[in-house]
Ligand binder design. Structure first.
Ligand code: SAH
Length: 345
């Protein structure tokens, strides 16, 4: 019998699930609080009667992640985790410390099928989607390991969140529940390579999250050469979806732009980027490209990065260069998992 993923249930789903057990209504609330607190053993739920715990053990499982590797940056305290899932698959998460608190970068899939040319996560395609509970567990595991509370989440690890739409939405609802982990949606970013139908569906929820768009190139031919998804949904379709999204949510959109030497760092790129983003309330996040063993992409030197930024600013765009955290621990996503699969961690 397939066991039920009980940690992916919200309070009312738990209540319906418990309906035929004859338990009082408050049991669902108690159970929800325990599950969301990160407890992964029914026997630790001391105010739940033993009979019910035994029954739940038979029919349900509590998703968790196991720390296989923990790399802490000596430079800035960033911690990179390699987690093992119940089926032996690996995912990565990163815990970063900022002035305003701790941010966790979570994975939403094992692998990825988007196939962006510069990214290590998609090299072997998609293995499987993560459940909402496995996304939550990445946060509670980092909190437990460091004795801290996480205040911000970015869905920017391995995987494409909008390619795992239902579980990503469920995660957003659960993580922001005030009886659960209770991280406000305003403190959460969701990053997508540009799945237009997903952006349109997400708009309907009107979540006050920050939508991040991995743009990386302002010309269709260039973007298609580094991001396969652009052949399906081109820049004009993508930006039109962004405008529609902003019209509903009124939230500022963040555009990610990984600067790759000799590829997308020209003056013409800066000018075109500023032109196409005109009229969208946005922020451009410049990411110096992280080197990946399997490709030859390099980041431009610092002067060139600052020059690109100044060109955008001169044309009225708001741009920042992402602070490189954890450079000494291979924090670039997907690489640790690849090493683990090759038996090298
Ligand atoms: N699938 C989502 C989220 C995961 S990737 C997305 O595409 O947005 C998180 C961010 O890291 C994306 O902007 C992605 O394009 C970027 N990225 C991936 N590999 C990179 C690399 N080697 N150097 C710099 N940025 C990279």
């Amino acid at each position: 019998m397939q066991k039920t993923d009980i940690k992916s249930m919200n309070e009312s789903e738990l209540s319906a699930f418990l309906a035929d057990t004859g338990e009082p209504a408050f049991r669902a609330t108690q159970l929800f609080k325990w599950l969301q607190s990160g407890v992964s053993d029914f026997d630790l739920m001391t105010d739940i009667p033993k009979k019910l715990r035994d029954k739940l053990k038979e029919t349900c499982y509590i998703a968790d992640v196991k720390i296989v590797k923990r790399l802490k940056s000596a430079a800035d305290g960033t911690v990179k985790y390699l987690y093992e899932l119940y089926d032996g698959e690996y995912i990565e998460s990163v815990l970063m410390k900022y002035k305003h608190g701790y941010t966790v970068c979570i994975s939403t899939q094992v692998g990825c099928r988007m196939g962006c040319g510069f990214c290590a996560s998609g090299i072997n395609g998609l293995y499987r989607n993560l459940t909402a509970s496995e996304m939550l567990a990445q946060i509670t595991a980092a909190e437990r390991d460091n004795g801290i509370r996480v205040s911000n989440v970015v869905m920017m690890g391995m995987g494409e969140p909008l390619d795992n739409f239902a579980n990503s939405v469920k995660f957003l609802q659960l993580v922001s529940d005030d009886k659960g982990i209770n991280i406000g949606l305003r403190h959460i970013s969701l990053s997508t390579c540009g799945l237009v139908p997903g952006i349109e569906k997400l708009k309907e929820y009107n979540f006050p999250i920050t939508l991040s768009i991995s743009l990386h190139a302002p010309f269709d031919d260039l973007r298609s050469s580094i991001m396969r998804v652009n052949k399906r949904y081109n820049i004009s379709q993508l930006l039109s979806a962004c405008r529609g999204y902003q019209a509903v949510t009124t939230r500022r959109i963040s555009f990610e732009y990984a600067l790759i030497e000799g590829v997308n760092d020209t003056d013409a790129c800066a000018a075109e980027l500023a032109r196409i983003l005109k009229g969208i309330m946005c922020h451009v996040n410049l990411i110096p490209a992280n080197p990946v063993k399997e490709n030859s992409f390099k980041k431009p030197d610092n002067n060139k990065i600052l020059f690109f930024k100044s060109r955008l600013e001169a044309q009225g765009l708001n741009a920042t260069v992402r602070r490189t955290l954890g450079a000494d621990i291979d924090a670039s996503c997907g690489q640790l998992r690849r090493k683990a699969k090759e038996g090298n961690v």
